[in-house]
Design a binder for this molecule. Structure first.
Ligand code: 6R9
Length: 566
């Protein structure tokens, strides 16, 4: 079964109303995403259908039906209200990919809270920056990660509630609350908060070149875009077993790891363990996964183990494969055809866009190496970098830009209007990426238009790394740039000038690397540190990352005169 229909037909006759009508969005004044991801599926008569098949790293499996999701999310929602959390409060979810993560996400929305999912791999500094910025009121976490919160809590006056889902009362520290979702009294009826369609729902932090990470704020009606893209691009139907490999700390793990699939009423699977080729194939075979959404870095890792690893398993269950997060190389597409008998379909989007905006739509000819064409309802183009006018010459590179107004477009950067406004030019939203468009309308990704580092599909901001580096006792100044990497596309490389009295050696390099890993995250940790006397700067004192980066990529450095006069 598949939802495939002609792309051209759908593009020319599209209206977001098609999605809203299928969802019956707004019926009885109900706009809350939480309702559409649980209660509605139950009301439609599918309460007994499995919503979540969860597998832990030890291989233990738990299953939840849609009715379970409905009841447990009610339990979470009621618990939060009982503890004094109010609608509009930011509630952070900070845990590994356990069932409580997915269900809390729905529960927070049901009571009108704004969910703020963060990677559990974040160290305390990365966590602090994001909780402080959002003035987060409550965090839901596990004992494994509670220590990081304990160490920063006195610096977070707005953080009133620390809720731990897997400890007994007696193991709590003062000011912490224990909550056991499955042992709590089931809540059969919960009055879901009647939010309007424009009420904030999800707050995802994303890195930029300058300044601290920014909180991209989404609203409940984003579901109109997430639902229809999940249905048409991921091509999930109610009979599918779907696997999105993304962590909900990343927008892919919420838009297409919670909202999209559950709004479609599909059975989705979660594997709470890191990458491992054999484990992944076993997982697909065991649960008979039909639709698989993953990232190019994972595909490159699978490629390394070759088609022989694939042949050990029966993966004939796979029907549709989609990729996101980084450029999908032509090799990956061609290899997947050999290995799985089907190509990976690329999908391009961002935290800010909330849903897929450019894609190799199912059924459309895939040109390996191209991202495909705009999703119906999305007007996309490339703009001249100076005039911000659309480029009409096929093959000419410009800035990817979208006409504002699709339902899942971010509505703000949290308390940062200036930064939000700066993303719009001439009536276009500027994505910050460069691409060309060929004569058939296919987009060919070229690169980012800023210094943000994309490592394994995850964006890491140089500013955050540089700020953390400066906190190391030996570091006088630093610059972080992306360096090419065969698997992760880019990894972080840091250039560091030391304070007097410190000697550049391997021990110090290791000490700095570990410092960043603990403070920020393993992804932000530089894989290499180059010690330098000083860093190249503009006349106004800004570090010229572009120059350092170009060197790493063996590119022409280009005209630096403008940079120096910056
Ligand atoms: C969903 C997500 C967004 C940035 C984006 C671009 C890169 C995403 C891509 C891609 C090439 C693709 N990106 N998909 N680059 N081809 N199919 O990734 O959100 O974490 O905000 O990253 O990722 O640079 O601007 P986010």
């Amino acid at each position: 079964m598949s939802n495939i229909d002609s792309y051209e037909e759908r593009y020319s006759n599209f209206d977001w109303k098609i999605s809203a009508e299928e969802l019956e969005y707004g019926k009885n004044g109900m706009y809350n995403i939480g309702f559409y991801c649980s209660d509605r599926i139950v009301e439609k008569g599918f309460g007994d259908r499995t919503a979540l098949i969860w597998q832990g790293f030890k291989g233990d499996v738990k299953e939840f039906t849609y009715n379970d999701i409905r009841i447990y999310s009610n339990v979470v929602a009621k618990f939060l209200i009982d503890k004094g959390v109010k609608s509009g409060d930011r509630v952070c979810i900070f845990m590994d990919r356990i069932p409580e993560l997915y269900i809390s996400f729905v529960g927070i929305l049901k009571m009108g809270g704004i969910t703020q999912p963060l990677f559990s791999a974040f160290g305390e500094e990365a966590l602090f920056t994001r909780l402080e910025d959002a003035k987060t009121k409550a965090v839901i976490t596990t004992k494994k990660h509670a220590g990081k919160i304990r160490r920063i809590r006195d610096r977070l006056p707005a953080l009133e509630k620390v809720i731990i889902v897997d400890v007994e009362e007696q193991a709590l520290k003062p000011g912490e609350i224990s909550f056991n979702m499955e042992k709590s009294t089931p809540v059969e009826n919960f009055e879901i908060e009647k939010v309007g369609p424009e009420v904030p729902s999800v707050l995802h932090y994303t890195s930029g070149t300058t300044g601290k990470p920014k909180g991209a704020l989404h609203v409940h009606s984003s579901i109109i875009a997430q639902y229809i893209t999940a249905k048409w691009v991921l091509d999930i139907t109610s009979g599918d077993i779907y696997w999105c490999t993304a962590d909900p700390g990343w927008v892919t793990g919420t838009s297409y790891g919670i909202i999209g699939p559950w709004a479609c009423g599909v059975t989705q699977t979660v594997l709470d363990s890191g990458f491992n080729t054999e484990k992944w194939y076993q997982f697909i075979e065991k649960h008979k996964i039909t639709v698989w959404y993953t990232a190019p870095t994972a595909i490159r890792l699978l490629m390394k183990d070759g088609t022989s690893a694939v042949q050990k398993y029966d993966l004939s269950c796979l029907r549709h494969l989609i990729s996101v997060g980084e450029p999908l190389n032509a090799e990956g597409v061609i290899w997947s055809e050999q290995a799985f008998g089907k190509p990976f379909h690329d999908s391009y989007w961002q935290t800010e866009t909330g849903s897929i905006v450019i894609t190799n739509y199912p059924g459309m000819k895939v040109k390996p190496g191209s991202m495909g064409k705009p999703f119906p309802g999305i007007t996309a183009t490339v703009l001249d970098q100076k005039t911000f006018g659309p480029i009409t010459t096929p093959g000419k590179v410009g800035l990817i830009a979208l006409k504002p107004g699709w339902p899942s477009m971010f509505r703000a950067y949290w308390e940062n209007k200036e930064m939000y406004d700066s993303k719009f030019k001439n009536g276009w939203y500027i994505c910050g990426d460069r691409s060309s468009i060929d004569s058939e309308g296919y987009f060919w990704f070229v690169g980012r238009d800023d210094d943000v580092i994309n490592t394994g599909g995850h964006l890491v901001g140089p500013f955050e790394i540089e700020s953390a580096l400066l906190e190391h006792e030996a570091v006088a100044e630093s610059a972080a740039v992306g360096k090419p990497d065969a698997v992760n596309m880019e990894v972080v490389k840091a250039f560091v000038a030391l304070k007097p009295g410190y000697e550049a050696n391997a021990d110090l390099e290791l000490s700095i690397m570990n410092f960043i890993r603990k403070k920020l995250s393993p992804l932000a940790m530089p894989q290499e540190i180059e010690f330098v006397e000083s860093l190249p700067k503009t006349r106004s004192g800004k570090i010229m990352r572009r120059l350092l980066r170009a060197k790493e990529w063996g590119q022409e450095i280009g005209d630096t005169s403008t940079l120096e006069n910056d």
